[in-house]
Design a protein around this ligand. Structure first.
Ligand code: FE
Length: 180
């Protein structure tokens, strides 16, 4: 057997083995899997419950959400001020993401901001939401999205009450209230 033949065989075998392993790890090869695990090396302990991020296609979200929820959560829409079902709600409980159930805000941090949207001075945990700089509509704002499914929730401003001074201005349509 010539050296060239042995060398070529090794290259071909390695390519096949590598190809097989890549295929095995590729979540797209499993058609029934609607979510996938994304590992994030920057994740800290407080985000440990967020290891499972939810990734779904636009079609899947459209089927699962109401048109209003889809408009806000997936198309970054905003419900008209003073119309959301949770704006005036003053009960003890947790506000979860309407798309994925991630626990986002507690009634303990909800306050009357006068803005027309449910307002909170902090999320349940910093890792529950993700903040993104938003330059839309000719303004510079900070968008708040769900840390687990990436759904648009609203924006955060620096005119909130103590102790944080933050105002998380969130669409009711992006939330689901779970009574304590
Ligand atoms: Fe979510």
């Amino acid at each position: 057997m010539s050296r060239l033949f042995i060398f070529t065989s090794i290259i071909i075998s390695s390519t096949l083995i590598f190809g097989f392993l890549s295929l095995k790890d590729n979540p797209r090869t499993d058609a029934n899997k609607s979510y996938t695990q994304l590992s994030d090396s920057t994740m800290n302990k407080s985000e440990s419950d967020m290891k499972t991020k939810i990734v779904k296609s636009d079609e899947e979200w459209k089927k699962e959400l109401t048109p209003e929820q889809y408009y806000v959560l997936r198309q970054k829409g905003t419900e008209p001020a003073f119309t959301g079902e949770y704006y005036h709600l003053n009960e003890d409980g947790i506000y979860t993401c309407a798309a994925c159930g991630n626990e986002l805000f507690s009634s303990d941090t909800k306050y009357e901001s006068g803005s027309g949207w449910p307002s909170y001075w902090a999320p349940v945990d910093e890792g529950k939401v993700k903040l993104i700089e938003d330059h839309s509509l000719g303004m510079v704002r900070t968008e708040v999205v769900c840390g687990r499914c990436g759904g648009h929730l609203g924006h955060v401003f620096d005119d909130g009450p103590k102790p944080t001074g933050k105002r998380y201005c969130i669409n009711s349509a992006a939330l689901e209230f779970k009574k304590k």
